[in-house]
Design a protein around this ligand. Structure first.
Ligand SMILES: [Zn+2]
Length: 710
């Protein structure tokens, strides 16, 4: 019989499961961790430093996320973002063992690729199945002649099968239906598989048929790059639970962050923790050997919570003040996150903190792990310190925190050479682009401006200049108005105006009203304001209607584009890297930012004038800083160009949309030469003859004016 179920078959199976569940006597409601103890066997082959029958001693931080995985718990998903060597994958191993024995249904286990799936089976799963009696009895062995013989990536048992699938295979993602899903190593998942979007979403859809029976997902992983790795996204969307331990020296419970962990410079000395409660004032310290007793309280509290009613809950004594507390930052000032140390007497209240509809999400790092010594952590840090890529790995693997890589821009001299070698022709729209942005940066005594051409693969600066006039004078703005009206052409496109033009509104004292007056009434001209904090939507830009004052103190409404330069500067740095890397190739690399072949050393000094810094122990979501080292006007202009294209959703256009755009804007004369730059021809878009079509340009919007028919 085949287990590649269609939706209909899966629904039927789920319905049968529900019907059976009603006639079978209910299982005693023991916690999964109690069931697993002294039953699941973790052999040495399973890469553990503690082979034998499973014991939770020392890994009590795994218990609460494991309990969330029961099917009668309302949470559909349990995100666990954690360091390596903490036993986090044992949460999954125990969970699937429990499902197979106590609540069988089809399980999907998603890994980045087939090779990883096979390695996971041989290292983490098969050894456990072989040595655990309850599993051995149920899982049909491999290599038998039975129709339901298991394979390396599919374990069959009565009531379902555990299928290890590759998250990079369209076939794998489409073939099975699951009542439970376990996703691991997700930072290595591809962003998209096939044309169907993220493999995470595709895998989650496989559970739809089982919804009535209660589906569950365990998403456990070490994190990768913040904002891009799925586990940090799921963790940040949740209530962000951290372990607090009851301090043996005072009446507080505290959590251990990296900043509390003291790495002695002499490797022969023992590392220690300064508890944030009484450590700084009383000189108390926590040693590694104190940890087993502190962690045992986590379990005692969970057990107490399970048997006590809400009424008697308050009787939990202060001595049980250990466990997870939700640390997310609420928009509601009445619901603050717990400080790093809370009075034991208030622990229950903090644990009951409203989570505002967020899922429980969990983080733990190696300081809690019995599989890693503190001396080992300290040595790992000494080895990584000072080397940015090693520090990033340390942060992910040891602290279980996502990294925000600085993305160092290339050296400005290298950029000058690159521009000479593969730069575009000044003032011309290069092949591969057909959408224009313009931007102006207001300085105290002048206005600097630039023009960028955008295409599906790259953006290119094609013009720049300086208006050497005081921006508080009318003259300066008359000059800028001429710039805004400019048109550019290319060998493949007819003359085009700016699709969007942005003017910095916050740079200079007193200039804001002039910017508002200038942008109002000009189609596709926007006032730009740098965001000082993340935009609530999480996106790099936001366009809003803004009421401001003009130069006569009248209230006017303008289109104000908020620009989160913090995020965008990273893309600019990446774009400069891609520009340099493109020099070796025959076509610009994706995301590259190109420059004119006469771009100067000063241009590139400005473009690389900011350095990214972020503390190694920064909390997830906490921002680093860009430190300015010199004039940066060209960097700001590049940021504005990127932001304008982003706000106009240019990055979301697919090949068909770009093709239409190129056709609409193509030259119509027969004599148009073929693209000259053989260098770029590999990437040139098809530009057949076609009707000319609108490019808005940026004329003053008036009831009486009509779009020019250029
Ligand atoms: Zn203390």
């Amino acid at each position: 019989m085949s287990f590649s179920w269609t939706g209909g078959e899966a629904k039927a199976a789920a319905a049968l499961f529900l019907a059976l569940a009603q006639v079978v006597a209910p299982m005693p409601d023991e916690p999964i961790y109690v069931w697993a103890e002294n039953r699941v066997y973790i052999p040495a082959e399973a890469n553990t430093s503690r082979p034998g029958l499973l014991s939770w001693d020392g890994v009590e931080y795994c218990l609460e996320p494991l309990e969330r995985l029961k099917f009668d718990d309302p949470a559909p998903r349990v995100p666990v973002m954690a360091a390596g060597q903490t036993g986090k994958s044992n949460i999954g191993v125990v969970w699937v063992s429990w499902i197979i024995c106590r609540s069988p249904r089809p399980i999907g286990l998603g890994l980045p690729n087939r090779a990883k799936a096979q390695a996971f089976n041989s290292k983490k799963l098969q050894p456990v199945i072989d040595k655990t009696e309850d599993l051995r009895d149920r899982v049909v062995p491999e290599g038998t002649r039975k129709a339901r013989a298991s394979t390396t990536i599919q374990k069959n048992y009565p009531g379902g099968s555990l299928t290890m699938f590759s998250a990079s295979s369209v076939n794998d993602l489409q073939s099975e239906s699951f009542g439970a899903l376990w996703l691991t190593e997700t930072p290595n998942f591809k962003a998209e598989v096939g044309s169907r979007g993220s493999p995470m979403t595709q895998a989650r859809v496989r559970m739809d048929a089982w919804e009535a029976a209660g589906t569950k997902e365990l998403h456990e992983s070490t994190p990768g790059e913040e904002g891009e790795c799925p586990i940090s996204a799921d963790y940040l969307a949740g209530d962000q639970r951290e372990i607090y331990l009851a301090c043996p020296h005072c009446d507080h419970s505290f959590r251990i962050d990296w900043e509390d962990f003291v790495v002695p410079s002499d490797p022969s000395e023992e590392p220690y923790v300064v508890p944030p409660c009484c450590g700084p004032t009383d000189g108390t310290i926590i040693l590694e050997r104190d940890m087993p007793a502190l962690k045992r309280v986590i379990r005692r509290r969970l057990e107490a919570e399970a048997i006590l009613t809400p009424e008697t809950f308050a009787q939990i004594t202060d001595d049980l003040a250990a466990g997870y507390l939700p640390t997310f930052v609420s928009q509601d000032p009445a619901n603050p996150p717990p400080p790093r140390a809370v009075p034991k007497a208030e622990f229950t209240r903090w644990r009951d903190r409203p989570v505002e509809g967020r899922l429980n999400s969990y983080h733990f790092w190696q300081v809690l792990s019995p599989f890693k010594t503190w001396r080992g952590i300290a040595q790992d840090y000494r080895d990584a310190e000072g080397n940015p890529s090693e520090e990033a790995a340390f942060r992910q693997q040891k602290l279980g925190l996502p990294t925000v890589s600085g993305v160092k821009p290339p050296d400005h001299q290298v950029l000058v050479e690159t521009a000479k070698a593969i730069g575009v022709i000044p003032g011309r729209i290069p092949p591969g682009t057909c959408w224009l942005s313009g931007q102006a940066d207001i300085q105290g005594d002048r206005i600097e401006w630039a023009a960028y051409a955008h295409g599906p693969t790259f953006m290119a600066r094609i013009d720049r200049g300086v208006i050497e006039k005081d921006p508080l004078t009318v003259d300066a703005w008359a000059d800028l108005a001429e710039i805004v009206k400019r048109r550019y052409e290319g060998d493949h496109v007819r003359p085009l105006g700016f699709d969007a033009f942005g003017v910095d509104s916050g740079g200079v004292e007193g200039v804001t009203p002039r910017v508002y007056e200038f942008t109002r009434g000009r189609a596709n001209v926007y006032a730009i304001k740098g965001a000082t904090r993340p935009i609530p939507s999480g996106l790099p830009t936001e366009l809003k209607k803004h009421k401001g004052k003009d130069t006569k103190q009248r209230t006017i409404t303008v289109d104000l584009l908020l620009v989160d330069g913090y995020v965008i500067k990273r893309y600019i740095a990446l774009g400069l890297q891609q520009f340099v890397a493109s020099a070796e190739l025959t076509a610009p690399l994706p995301g590259a930012i190109l420059f004119e072949d006469d771009a100067t050393e000063e241009d590139f000094k400005q473009l690389t004038a900011e350095v990214f810094k972020r503390a190694v122990d920064a909390k997830p979501g906490q921002r680093g800083e860009w430190h300015q080292t010199g004039p940066n006007e060209q960097l700001d202009l590049a940021v504005y160009g990127w932001a304008l294209a982003y706000q106009k959703r240019v990055h979301t256009w697919d090949a068909a949309r770009w093709e239409m755009m190129f056709k609409q804007r193509a030259r119509v004369d027969e004599t148009a030469p073929a693209p000259l730059e053989a260098l770029w021809s590999a990437d040139a878009q098809p530009v057949p003859k076609a009707e000319t079509a609108p490019n808005p340009g940026t004329e003053r919007r008036s009831l009486f004016s009509r779009r020019s028919e250029t």
